[in-house]
Design a protein around this ligand. Structure first.
Ligand SMILES: [Zn+2]
Length: 99
């Protein structure tokens, strides 16, 4: 059985990840790239959350490509207005997402 190093509970019972998610202050920005293409940057994640999993879910929901650089999720295309509801669904705090 795995034990969470933060709270000492079995990982199955641990809610550290959920708590961490509600405390993140997330920033969503779009940037115009070459040839008129857009990128959507989602930043503000810290080590308490599984950024890879979040990136995977965002890419699935928005059917787009994307990468993670320096804890910033960069999605291909302009997804402004669509990121917040997905993050809220994943357990983030709506009031702490600046989109
Ligand atoms: Zn824990």
């Amino acid at each position: 059985m795995d034990i969470c190093p933060k709270c000492g509970l079995p990982t199955a019972a641990c809610v550290c990840d959920q708590i961490a998610k509600t405390q993140q202050r997330i920033e969503v920005k779009t940037e115009k790239r070459r040839f008129g293409k857009f990128s959507t940057m989602v930043s503000g994640f810290d080590d308490g959350v599984d950024i890879k999993e979040i990136a995977k879910r965002l890419k699935e929901k928005r059917a787009c490509g994307g990468t993670i650089k320096n804890k910033i999720i960069e999605l291909q295309g302009n997804h402004k207005g669509h990121i917040k509801p997905i993050l809220v669904e994943l357990g983030f705090n709506e009031e702490q997402i600046n989109e």
